[in-house]
Each structure stands twice: as C-alpha cells, then as structure tokens.
Design a protein around this ligand. Sequence first.
Ligand SMILES: Cc1cc2nc3c(=O)[nH]c(=O)nc-3n(C[C@H](O)[C@H](O)[C@H](O)COP(=O)(O)OP(=O)(O)OC[C@H]3O[C@@H](n4cnc5c(N)ncnc54)[C@H](O)[C@@H]3O)c2cc1C
Length: 402
Amino acid sequence: MKQRYDIVIIGGAVIGSAVAYFLAANPDFDGSVLVVEKDPTYAKASTSLSSSSIRNQFSNPVNVRISQFGTEFIRNFAETMQIGADRPDLNFHEGGYLFLASTQDQARTLRENHAVQRACGADVVLWDKNELSRAFPHLNVDDIVLASYGRSGEGWFNNTGLMYGFKNKARSLGGVDYVTDEVVAIARQGGKVSSVTLKSGQVVGAGTIVNASGPRAALTARMAGLDVPIEPRKRTLFVFDCARTPEGSANVNKGRLPLMIDPSGVFCRPEGRFFLSGCPPLEDPCADWDDFEPRYEEFEEIIWPALAERSSAFEAIKAVNQWAGHYDFNTLDHNLIVGPHPEVRNFIFANGYSGHGLQQGPAAGRGVSELIIYGAFRTLDLSEVGYERVVENRPFLEKAVI
Ligand SMILES: Cc1cc2nc3c(=O)[nH]c(=O)nc-3n(C[C@H](O)[C@H](O)[C@H](O)COP(=O)(O)OP(=O)(O)OC[C@H]3O[C@@H](n4cnc5c(N)ncnc54)[C@H](O)[C@@H]3O)c2cc1C
C-alpha cells in the first residue's frame, strides 16, 4: 500500500468495487485507487444480504434508465469481466416483475408509471384481470384491477458474483489496491478532504474520497464533518418451500413465474425449487448497527396470509430459512445520492440506494468514475440524484418503491 492515492474509496462491496472497476477500465484514467474494506467476508454487507433482483418498472425515467443499463451490463457480465479463462456468469434469470393493483389509485399509478417506462423503451405490458389470469392461472385475481408485467429485462442474478466480478477485474486491470482496514477519521481543511486515518493507525493521503460505505454512509460522512440523510433499516427475507409449487405453470416466459408484488406489498419470487419472499415492515425504525436479528413474525403474520389469499398453491408453505439485512435507507426520498458535496467537491457520495443498490451498481459506478475523470457525467446524466437536493430539501420523486 502506498502513502497516497489519487482516489480512496471507503467500502469495497458492490458500489465501491463498481467505482474501482469503471476507473481502472477507462483509458482516460491513469491514477491510483485504494479501496478500504473493513470486512473482507462481506458477511453483513447489504450486497451479500440482498434479494438480488433487477427491474425496469420505476416511475422516474432516471431510475428506469439506470436499471436498463444494469440489465445490459448484467447480461454481458461474463464477457466484460473475463479474466483469462474465468468468465463470471451471473446466472441472470429473466423472470420479470409483476406488480398487482387492487384499487383504482394503485391502478392509476401503474398506468402513469407504464407511460414513463414505455417512453424509455422498457418491455412492460399492462393487463386486466382476465389477461393476468390467462398468463398466471394459479393466481386469485378476483380483487385485481390492473397488473403490470415486465416481459424482458427484469429478473434476478448472483449478487456476490456482481461484486466479486467488479473487484477481481478492477484488480486485474492494475492501479487498484484493496486493503482490509477500517477508515476511522478523515482530514478536512475547509472545502477539501486530504487523507483518511485507518484503524491500524496508518494515514493515507487522498486526492478524492468516495463514500461507498452502504448503510454506514452517514458515519463516514460525519468523519469529514458532513451530513447525509441515510440510516440502516432492517429488512427480513424468507425462503419458503411450497408443497405444490406453481413454478412451471405460467402460460408466458416458458412457464416461469415472475417476482410478484402483491397489492399488500408482500413479494415473492422463485429461487431454485424454493421461493424467496419479504414484505414492508409494519414499523420501520432506524436499526442498531449490529442488529441483524430477523423479524420472524413477519412470515406468519404478514407474508403467509397475503400469499395464501393470492394463490391456493401458497396455502401450504413452510419457511426453511430467513435472514435480515440493512437497507441503506435515504430518509429524504428513498433514492440514491450520487455526486460531490457542493462545498467539499473532492468528497463524493455514492449512497442511499434504499433497496435498489445492487441493480444500480453498474450505473452508479460508471457515473462516479465519469465525475472523477471528466468532472461531469458523460453517458447517463445522474445530476438529478446529486447531493444538491439534500441541501435544498427537494426530494427526488419515485413512486415505485418496494
Ligand atoms: C434484504 C435486502 C434486499 C435487497 N434487495 C435488493 C434487490 O432485490 N435489488 C437491488 O438492486 N438491491 C437490493 N437491496 C439493496 C442493495 O443490496 C444495496 O443497496 C447495495 O448492496 C448497497 O451496496 P453498497 O456497496 O453501497 O453497500 P454494502 O454492500 O453494505 O457495502 C458497504 C461496505 O462498506 C464497508 N464499510 C463501511 N464503513 C467502512 C469504513 N469506515 N471503513 C471500511 N469499510 C467500511 C462495509 O464493511 C461494507 O462491506 C437489498 C438490500 C437488502 C438489505
């Protein structure tokens, strides 16, 4: 490790590693990069605990385009990230997302979102209850007013594969060092940050610092005397077994079921021979940093009743595994914050994805690399999700939040 790097990235999971990769892969960049990661097992990183899905069905065109780039990147990942004979295929299962609306209000939102998605070229269709029932005969559609289904470009993939693909390729390209250590302090003189202090005691000079510390983003920002409205919020995922699985019964997409979002907010998707499910929590306080205890009761009290109501196939289900992770929750508007602090321009935020950070990793990593190399976004303009809106208390509007 050197005593000074052009770029120091704090956090080496999917976002930190995506930034490192896009810097190293750009021929216009010849600087040095240090990624500081305190836990190389990534056991509690959001990246490892994620449900690893990607959708184009957002309401804001910026988010639709971010995910469209993610889809394309995931599809080509093995080729882009190949190192020698090693091709890290992400096993992208293009099962689609299915949003269900049971009220006129929900249906209006789906229609409005659909118009935005179609304008961006997303392959999404709206169905009435009869069309829905033909496509997925196992569903009870009695209360359904409208459904929105992504025919392609959406699905789920290998989460840690995405992170390690970026990390390994970034290192193989040269100019990128990873160190196992924790950033405990950041030196700042007025409008500039200049170094990080590691727990081991070492001080490392930094031309630019990137905050990629996930749910701990606010702790990292505070070291530089800055605020960012991000806190850890607990989400529990359940894997369940289903005695009479409906997977294979669909009349679309080779029989495959999508990731379904019930009007109640409960979601489930196939996961091999099992299903993965979750729900919005009834109460959603800021979590303790080290509290990863699952909310076991959510399965019996919220998920199972909603799914059994939606399909008789889900009447006999049994949770076989569960875990809890932390959303990197942006309390201002539930969306990513990507860009420099307006008064400390060499401190760049790449935080606050609130449940979308895996799929947004490729676009966020590329965007941050462009800010560093060119001083501006070159491909997809992410300035709407910059830090300025935090200062101005101007939420970025996204209606399709899960
Ligand atoms: C249950 C759950 C389900 C999800 N489902 C989806 C989904 O389906 N699709 C989707 O796109 N997204 C999903 N997400 C969100 C997504 O996983 C996250 O937004 C994304 O992984 C954030 O990546 P990150 O690299 O910013 O944060 P993390 O993965 O949390 O990584 C941050 C890293 O920074 C390190 N770090 C922190 N502070 C320091 C420090 N001071 N010094 C050194 N290292 C430090 C940590 O050790 C950690 O490894 C989900 C999240 C959860 C919890």
